[in-house]
Design a protein around this ligand. Structure first.
Ligand code: PLP
Length: 463
């Protein structure tokens, strides 16, 4: 364990110097692990050393301040340290009886989050692996509620023969919503994508039109707080009351953007969001807990319990404490409440607001700074911590297809410098580079260093 600690400390201290993108390629990494499992074991310290040396150049610097790919958070020191302890404590956070302290700490984390995110005070919650499983948790509760309202017990009777549930989902939703739909047997054929624009999010007119068709059918509506590329929010104050008027369950994917609620400066973005029925967000993105950690919240806690709770004679259930198995899809599970508690406790309300606002400021500085470089076009100015730019070919006769190729070339060249990590996307039909800042580690110096690195890449290209 001392050896592991020393390596971890070295790794973190070396983030400033090492290339941000992993250097080793697939063939190299596989070759290092090509041996079959030997018959004889190895001393623990040698195991640690062997692995550390075999993976080192295959690790991304996503724990550092210059990693802007996908939406990847860092890990706050207190959360990381407590995550190590969580492994050492090795508690099974399935029930109060299997891990008493873990059950109570989760309870506290849930209460703190409901308050911080301005959700209904009685909302149920669950700590899961990420927003993917948070969607499954929330939509299981939704499935229960919309069918129970029509006299159908889905947990007992299943979906065969049940009234079909119609799914009115944001046209710009994250793929994890579709995966939850498939897993829960709701069927992708039942999805009606709602018209979404980068300017306004889901269009109220379209939602209303869809709700009026086949009125009275059991309905789940899914909106979004922070679209993956643009960070755009739906207009909750208009859309949620409209959907609820028609008896729909409203679910919100806030994997990235639910955290705007903690900042006085950004809070307007989530106005009206508390009137929805369920919400998800991530701990491992903007809250900066280590992987993995996501949160599900459900206004009707009884619907959540009805969809998920379980009793077995060999378990010891507690009538007063919170048994996580009654609220979560897993059975045995990591006590991820400890690291979430540590992140929140380290930051406090003010620190959390500063973390969120700091990431938004750094995203803006990066996007504006990139936009000032030759040939860089800003496609989406950040509302929160997401922005989108495009690199235009210096050739004067170049068309859109050439700008597409140029954009992918520049992204690859920036990765090659080892100075920063960005990922590409297709935004409104054109290739683009995403800028996503979700780490407490990113500093003004990091922003300046990254802008210099991109400028050099563009410079070399022109010469
Ligand atoms: C990341 C993300 C998800 C999926 O969350 P995981 O934590 O990876 O399971 C869902 N929706 C949005 C908008 C996301 O950014």
């Amino acid at each position: 364990m001392d050896a592991a600690f020393a390596h971890a400390a070295d790794f973190l201290a070396g983030l400033e110097q090492r290339p941000v993108a992993a250097v080793a390629d697939l063939a190299t990494l596989r070759a290092r692990f090509s041996a079959t499992l030997p018959t004889a074991g190895l001393a623990p310290k040698r195991v640690v050393e062997e692995l550390v040396h075999a993976v080192d150049d295959g690790l991304h610097g996503s724990a550092g301040g210059r990693f802007f790919g996908w939406v990847i958070g860092g890990a706050l020191p207190a959360a990381l340290a407590v995550d190590w302890l969580t492994a050492a404590w090795d508690q099974n956070a399935a029930l109060y009886s299997t891990a008493p302290a873990a059950a109570v700490v989760e309870e506290v984390v849930g209460r703190w989050l409901v308050d911080l995110l301005a959700l209904p005070p009685d909302a149920g919650f669950a700590l899961v692996t990420g927003s993917q499983m948070a969607h499954v948790t929330c939509l299981a509760a939704a499935r229960h509620a919309v069918l129970a309202a029509r006299g159908w017990d889905v947990e007992k009777q299943g979906l065969f023969g049940a009234p079909p549930i119609r799914l009115l989902l944001s046209g710009a939703r994250h793929g994890s919503v579709d995966r939850a739909v498939s897993l829960l047997g709701l069927g992708r054929d039942h999805v009606v994508p709602l018209v979404w624009t980068a300017r306004r999010g889901v269009e109220a007119d379209d939602l209303e039109r869809q709700l009026k068709k086949n009125a009275g059918a059991p309905t789940i509506v899914a909106l979004q707080a922070g679209e993956i590329n643009s960070g755009v929010y739906d207009d909750f104050a208009t859309l949620i009351p409209l959907a609820r008027e028609h008896g729909a369950w409203v679910h919100v994917d806030g994997a990235i953007g639910l955290w705007a609620a903690v900042s006085p400066r950004l809070r307007h973005l989530v106005k009206g969001i508390g009137k929805a029925d369920s919400w998800v967000t991530d701990g491992h993105k903007w809250l900066n807990t280590p992987y993995d950690c996501g949160f599900a919240f459900i206004a009707d806690a009884q619907a959540q319990r009805a969809a998920l709770s379980h009793r077995a004679s060999y378990l010891t259930h507690d009538s007063e404490a919170r048994d996580q198995i009654d609220w979560n899809p897993e059975w045995s599970r990591r006590a991820r409440g400890f690291a979430a508690w540590a992140a929140l406790r380290q930051l406090g309300k003010q620190g959390l607001a500063e973390l969120i606002e700091g990431c938004v400021d750094h995203t803006t500085a990066l996007v504006v700074g990139l936009g000032a470089l030759p040939g860089v076009e800003i496609l989406c100015r950040p509302t929160i911590n997401q922005g989108v730019v495009r690199f235009r070919s210096p050739v004067s006769t170049a068309g859109e297809a050439e700008h597409d190729r140029e954009t992918d070339r520049v992204i690859a060249a920036v990765l090659e410098t080892g100075e920063a990590f960005f990922t590409g996307t297709t935004y409104e039909g054109r290739r683009a580079m995403r800028i996503s800042v979700s780490s407490w580690m990113t500093s003004n110096d990091d922003v300046a260093r990254v802008l210099r690195a991109v400028a050099r890449v563009l410079d070399q290209r022109q010469s």
